[in-house]
Design a protein around this ligand. Structure first.
Ligand SMILES: O=P(O)(O)OC[C@H]1O[C@@H](O)[C@H](O)[C@@H](O)[C@@H]1O
Length: 244
């Protein structure tokens, strides 16, 4: 069945950040890869120390809060995930991420800015829901912080005690802050964990953005439709139709 996604009918539009609005998922991926491979090459304890690859990222780390990603990856290798080790590795990766952010800045995806412009013209209520504690800094660097009515970052979730993705809690909190029901809100996500969160929260539309996780994986996680770029969701564009 196919039905048009009518942006006017949506009470709130909730965007993941890294990989949806800005190409910073790639910066996260690189920082994780450098840190984990450095760690694995010197680890002498129990567990599988084969090199960390992007397959590990998409399966265990993508879209999750920082320390959850470390914990889930270490567990997948049978490496004892003590809280001390989890913190140490997560902090090392965060330092590497911030060096790149300060050095290179952030240019948002042009197609994402086009969709934000369109939604602003409609007066839509917009939110960012990111597992990253760096979300406000990334939005600021991209010049987009003032485009959103709410930003639920990893730090906000931590302070409020909200469970991270794939739990739906952060998306539900953002919707309620915008006075919107999940049924009349849209979630846009590039990570399997984020799509699962949108589906678990019973959001009206869960849109997958394929930046590497793969269309099939995003659909299996519960995406109604998968696009390659947010400009595909503009009126008149080919992929405007949302399959449900
Ligand atoms: O920047 P932080 O707080 O370490 O958050 C990390 C996570 O932030 C998410 O937004 C990314 O999708 C993840 O892949 C990343 O690992």
């Amino acid at each position: 069945m196919t039905s048009p996604l009518n942006w006017q009918d949506q009470a709130a539009v909730l965007f993941d950040l890294d990989g949806v609005i800005t190409p910073t998922a790639e910066v996260h991926m690189r920082a994780w890869s450098d840190m984990f491979n450095d760690f694995l090459s010197s680890w002498e304890g129990e567990g599988d120390t084969a090199p960390y690859t992007d397959v590990d990222y998409f399966a265990h780390v993508d879209g999750k809060p920082r320390y959850d990603g470390v914990r889930d990856f270490l567990s997948s290798r049978g490496i004892p995930a003590s809280e001390e080790l989890v913190r140490e590795l997560g902090d090392r990766k965060n330092d590497a991420f911030n060096v790149v952010l300060a050095r290179d800045g952030v240019a948002p995806y042009p197609g994402s800015v086009r969709l934000l412009d369109h939604l602003a013209a409609l007066g839509a209520r917009l939110g960012v829901v990111s597992s990253s504690a760096n979300a406000p800094a990334v939005l600021e660097a991209a010049g987009l912080l003032d485009r959103f009515d709410t930003v639920v970052s990893g730090s906000v979730a931590h302070d409020l005690g909200l469970a991270g993705k794939p739990a739906p809690d952060t998306f539900l909190h953002a919707a309620s802050e915008l006075g919107a029901t999940p049924e009349r809100s849209v979630v846009l996500e590039d990570a399997v964990s984020g799509v699962r969160a949108g589906r678990a929260g019973r959001f009206g539309h869960v849109i997958g953005v394929d930046r590497g996780a793969g269309e099939q994986a995003l659909r299996e996680a519960g995406a109604d439709v998968v696009v390659a770029d947010l400009a595909d969701l503009l009126p008149g564009e080919a992929a405007q139709q949302v399959t449900g």
